[in-house]
Design a binder for this molecule. Structure first.
Ligand SMILES: [Zn+2]
Ligand SMILES: [Zn+2]
Length: 365
C-alpha cells in the first residue's frame, strides 16, 4: 500500500515527504492508521547525527505515534481492526531474562522488528527503507509487532494519548517507577522540555513536597509551574546548584533528575543532592560523554542511576497514566504546545531546538 512518509536521508538535512510502500501485516504484526505523532528529541538527535544507535539510512523516523488498527496478521491475539492504540518503543518479547524478571523496558529479545532476511516493512520502488525502533510514526500508517502497541480507551483523544507513548511514559515513569521517590520528598528537575515536564508531573502525582524546575528558557519554566513545579530556577541567570541548595535550606534535594542528556546537567544534578539523595539520569547522553565531578561534590550515601523509558511496563503504565489524565491529575492538554501536519516536521524540529515548545504533535486525516 502506498502512503506518505517523512524520510531521513542525510544528517543535518531536512526530512523529505515522499511516497512509500508499506507491507501487509503478517504473523503477529498490526497495521495502524496513524492519527497523531509527537515530535520527540530522540528523532532530532538522529537528524543531528547524535543518535545513540547507529542507524542505516534512508529511514522513516518517529516513534511517539497513536492511531487506529486497520488490519492484523493471522497470529495476532491482543488486537483487532478498529482498536485505538498507542505505540511504544519498549516493544517486548515476553520471554527473555529481562521480560521474565518484570523489566520489559529492558527487553533483549529483539522480537519487534522483522528478521533481516524477511521482506522489509517499508520500501520505495523495491528498495528497503529502515524502520525506526520498530515504529516509524512520521508516516500515514505504521506496521508494527503487536507487542509494540497497547490498546487504549477509544474515548481518549489520540493526539494527547500519543505523547504517553514516549515522552510522558519516560518522565512520569522516571519519577514514579525508577527514582524511588516517596511522598513528602524534595525534587529538582534539570531540563523542562517534554520529558522534564512529565517528570515534574510524576513527582507531583507521587507526592513530592517541593519540585524545583531548572531550565534556561523562561517559557519552559512557566510551563513547569503550570504543571506542578513549586519553584523554578533559570540556570542562564543563576547557578542552579547554589539556587537549589538555597531553596532547600541548604540541604539539597532528595531526588534530582536530568532530562536533557547533557553531561554538565548530570553533574549539576549530582551536586544538588541532599545526604542519601538519588540522581536519576533520564536524558540520553552522546555515546562518548564523560561525567566528571569532584569527589567532595557527592554527599554521603548518594546514588546515581539511569532510567530507561521510565522503567515502564507500558501495557500497564500507558493505560494507567491515561487514567491519571482522565482524572485531571496528569495534564496532557498543556503539554501540546503546537499542532501541525506531517509537512511541518522540519519546522517542529527547529522549534524544539529553539526551546519554543514542550511538544509539537503532527496530525493525520
Ligand atoms: Zn521519544
Ligand atoms: Zn524480552
Amino acid at each position: 500500500m502506498e502512503m506518505k512518509a517523512a524520510i531521513f536521508r542525510k544528517p543535518h538535512e531536512p526530512l523529505t515527504i515522499e511516497s512509500v510502500e508499506i507491507d501487509k501485516p503478517s504473523g503477529r504484526e498490526v497495521l495502524v492508521r496513524t492519527a497523531a505523532t509527537g515530535v520527540c528529541h530522540s528523532d532530532l538527535h538522529v537528524v543531528d547525527g547524535q543518535g545513540r544507535w547507529p542507524l542505516d539510512r534512508p529511514i522513516v523516523l518517529g516513534h511517539e505515534g497513536a492511531g487506529v488498527v486497520e488490519a492484523v496478521g493471522a497470529d495476532v491475539t491482543t488486537l483487532r481492526p478498529g482498536d485505538h492504540v498507542v505505540a511504544c518503543l519498549s516493544g517486548f518479547c515476553g520471554s527473555c531474562a529481562q521480560c521474565l524478571a518484570g523489566h520489559p523496558n529492558l527487553c533483549v529479545g529483539g522480537l519487534v522488528t522483522r528478521p533481516d532476511a524477511a521482506p522489509p516493512r517499508l520500501s520505495q520502488q523495491g528498495e528497503p527503507l529502515r524502520q525506526f525502533i520498530g515504529i516509524s510514526s512520521y508516516a500515514e500508517r505504521m506496521l508494527l509487532h503487536e507487542n509494540s502497541v497497547v490498546k487504549i480507551d477509544p474515548a481518549l483523544p489520540l493526539d494527547r494519548a500519543a505523547l504517553v507513548g514516549c515522552g510522558v511514559l519516560t518522565g512520569v515513569g522516571a519519577a514514579l517507577r525508577t527514582s524511588g521517590l516517596q511522598a513528602g520528598q524534595t525534587v529538582a528537575v534539570f531540563g523542562c522540555g517534554g520529558v522534564g515536564l512529565a517528570i515534574v508531573q510524576g513527582a507531583r502525582i507521587g507526592g513530592a513536597r517541593q519540585i524545583i524546575g531548572v531550565d534556561v528558557f523562561d517559557g519552559k519554566l512557566e510551563m513547569a509551574q503550570r504543571v506542578g513545579a513549586t519553584h523554578v530556577v533559570n540556570s542562564a541567570n543563576d547557578d542552579p546548584v547554589t539556587a537549589v541548595r538555597a531553596l532547600t535550606g541548604g540541604a539539597g534535594v532528595d531526588h534530582a533528575f536530568e532530562a536533557v542528556g547533557n553531561a554538565r546537567l548530570v553533574r549539576q544534578a549530582i551536586e544538588s543532592l541532599a545526604i542519601r539523595g538519588t540522581a536519576t539520569i533520564v536524558g540520553v547522553l552522546p555515546p562518548d560523554a564523560t561525567i566528571e565531578f569532584p569527589w567532595m561534590a557527592i554527599r554521603p550515601e548518594c546514588r546515581v542511576q539511569t532510567s530507561r523509558m521510565g522503567s515502564n511496563r507500558f501495557r500497564l503504565d500507558i493505560p494507567l497514566y491515561l487514567e491519571f489524565y482522565r482524572q485531571g491529575r496528569l495534564l496532557l492538554d498543556e503539554m501540546v504546545t503546537r499542532r501541525g501536519r506531517l509537512e511541518d516536521i522540519n519546522e517542529a524540529f527547529r522549534a524544539m531546538k529553539a526551546g519554543e515548545v514542550a511538544r509539537t504533535v503532527l496530525l493525520f486525516n
